[in-house]
Design a protein around this ligand. Structure first.
Ligand SMILES: [Zn+2]
Ligand SMILES: [Zn+2]
Length: 247
């Protein structure tokens, strides 16, 4: 399984990175995981949009889904779309949410996507075994465990501290975890995001192989997040756009 970091800036795009977007590949299957602001441009550095086999959206906050709009434009007008519907796995309501994001008076996006509503539980997606768990976040949001070729990667999506995420990540090779909140700031709302330390604690509690820190907003100190997470879990690193991890 190969993970490519397309965008990893938390809560919106930053000067160094688009918002959340990852490419997961196995056996030639190319799965786009989240498609946040600015990600569609960077995605084209890695793959031809015509080759995207499926899209999975963890939730429908803007920083995880808004570049569905340019994805649709490309498929409608580039003349290079293969003309197949792209399966789009997302929480219930994605079809309406994304259609309005594209155009308030639009006719929907079903000429480009085959919408597949998801919920907590397991299913197959191409070569991946996928298991989803509801996270601690204000809207319906799923952490996802992707397993293929005997390896497993768990992506937290957006979440506050959450025992379900720890259970989902139990024994995974890699935990790709958000760490959006700085430690030691009492003004951060609960049930929204993890601090660096909490991301490390989740990795330690789940007994994962390594922790990749992501979704750090442009206004938060990345090195501080890494230091805080590393205190709780040593095998921790920050991700950057363009980085490739072969699991
Ligand atoms: Zn987010
Ligand atoms: Zn969110």
């Amino acid at each position: 399984m190969r993970l490519t970091v397309v965008g990893c800036c938390g809560s919106g795009p930053g000067p160094e990175s688009p918002a959340s977007c990852y490419l997961l590949e196995h056996d030639g299957f190319q799965l786009v995981v989240d498609l946040g602001n600015g990600a569609f441009g960077a995605l084209q550095r890695t793959i031809d949009p015509a080759a995207v086999d499926a899209v999975f959206l963890s939730h429908l906050h803007a920083d995880h889904c808004l570049d569905v709009a340019p994805f649709v434009v490309w498929h409608r007008y580039s003349g290079r779309s293969p003309g197949k519907l792209v399966p789009l796995y997302a929480p219930v309501g994605a079809e309406r949410r994304l259609a309005v994001a594209y155009d308030i008076d639009g006719d929907g996006l079903t000429d480009v996507f085959d919408f597949v509503p998801v919920g907590a539980g397991a299913f197959e997606l191409g070569p991946f075994q996928v298991e989803l768990a509801r996270t601690a976040h204000p809207i319906e949001t799923y952490a996802a465990r992707f397993t293929a070729g005997g390896r497993s990667l768990v992506y937290t999506g957006d979440t506050g501290p959450c025992e379900r995420v720890v259970e989902l990540a139990r024994g995974a090779d890699v935990l790709l975890a958000e760490a959006a909140h700085p430690d030691g700031d009492p003004d951060q709302p609960p049930g929204l995001h993890l601090t660096g330390r909490q991301a490390g604690e989740h990795a330690a509690a789940a007994g994962v192989g390594r922790l990749l820190l992501t979704h750090i907003p442009a206004w938060v100190d990345r090195i501080g997040q890494l230091a805080a997470a590393s205190e709780a879990f040593a095998e921790t690193e920050l991700v950057s756009p363009g980085q490739v991890f072969d699991l």
